[in-house]
Design a protein around this ligand. Structure first.
Ligand code: PLP
Length: 357
């Protein structure tokens, strides 16, 4: 690490979050969702911590993400959540990665690519109201069940995904549960039944018919939505983004800062240059946002550049002073609100240029 800009992952916070969620889930197993490089925290790190603290399974979006975990020596069951191209079915089988079956056509095609050495694990994906991926009718489910070939594949589970579990007054949440139940009744004795994300899991803790919950954002100590704060008051944030002042300079009134000269110092000021920019994932939209130096909010003045940004300091701090962009005093939700987005997107947006330590 040659540049003093880094993401600090609090491993103990992840372990705490996993243990506390698990303790509330009764008989339900936990599938830790580590897609998108563990929501930006590092998939292998998070998977290992989650498995060591009570999670039994993992979920990823892409086959590449599953292979990364297998190549790191992780042997726990892995479910890929995105649709797999049928021609890649033997690869999923080879790495023992379960995949969603979302149409009879997909299954028919995938079968054509499998040979007697393959054994593809499948979870039926039900679209109970999200409108994204999955079977919408019981007839579609029957068509899938007819296509199953026990010599080449194993039906491991059935699942769905909620669109509004984090909205406490949404009726769609209840409707989706009802629809899903009808599908589950059609596959008695199936091994894994799962529907809940972080928001739903804490609301429906332990409820039948599900015996697995898929937990993403809460593992990382962030809230699924503001509405969920009372349910998740035990979470500890695991993600901090930090840097250090590279240069501190005195500027005269009238001096402008950064591209476009959009900021003009109104009086004598101390300006600190911080080595992080939009190429790292720190958006230009953060102009005007406050970073924390020595416990004090310091506004970003002028445009955020590709590799650095400038903040107005209350005094001449020494070069090397720590700057917190996300972390204590600078909550992730504040950054998300500033950008008009959700904490999930903020966590995923930092590039590989920023080391995770
Ligand atoms: C299918 C599926 N299950 C579970 C999750 C985890 O959701 P959350 O991070 O809200 O817990 C996601 C996340 O997007 C998902 O797409």
């Amino acid at each position: 690490m040659y540049r003093p800009t880094w993401i600090e992952i609090d491993r103990e916070a992840i372990a705490h979050n996993v243990r506390e969620i698990k303790a509330r889930m009764g008989h339900q197993s936990m599938m830790a969702v580590v897609k998108a490089d563990g929501y930006g925290h590092g998939a292998i790190t998070v998977a290992e911590i989650a498995l060591a603290n009570g999670a039994e399974m993992l979920a990823v979006a892409l086959l590449e993400e599953a292979i990364e975990l297998r190549e790191a020596g992780i042997q726990a069951p892995i479910l890929m959540l995105e649709a797999l191209l049928p021609e890649h079915a033997p690869i999923a089988s080879n790495y023992d990665v379960a995949v969603p079956v979302f149409s009879a056509e997909w299954l028919r095609e995938a079968k054509q690519h499998l040979t007697e050495i393959d054994h593809l694990r499948l979870h039926i994906k039900v679209d109970s109201g999200m409108g994204r991926l999955g079977l919408q009718t019981l007839d579609e489910l029957d068509a899938v069940l007819k296509e199953l070939d026990p010599d080449l594949m194993e039906l491991d589970g059935i699942y769905t995904h909620f669109a509004t579990a984090d909205e406490l007054t949404s009726r769609l949440f209840e409707q989706q549960q009802t629809v899903f139940l009808r599908f589950v009744e059609r596959v008695p004795g199936i091994r894994y039944i799962h529907a809940s994300n972080s928001a739903a899991a804490i609301r429906l803790a332990g409820q039948e018919p599900c015996n697995v919950v898929r937990i993403g954002i809460a593992l990382y100590g962030a809230l699924p939505s503001d509405e969920m704060s009372s349910y998740y008051d035990f979470l500890q944030p695991a993600f901090s983004l930090k840097s250090r002042l590279m240069q501190v300079k005195h500027v005269e009134p009238g001096q402008t800062i950064s591209y476009g000269a959009t900021y003009t110092a109104p009086t004598d000021e101390w300006i600190g240059t911080v080595p992080i920019g939009y190429a790292d994932g720190w958006s230009r939209k953060f102009q005007g946002y406050a970073l924390i130096v020595d416990g004090t909010p310091c506004e970003i003045v002028g445009r955020v550049c590709m590799d650095r940004l400038m903040i107005r300091l209350p005094r001449a701090y020494p070069v090397g002073t720590e700057v917190t962009l996300i972390g204590r005093g600078a909550p992730i939700d504040e950054a998300a609100h500033w950008l008009g987005t959700i904490n999930y997107e903020v966590l995923c947006q930092f590039s590989k240029r920023v080391p995770r330590i």
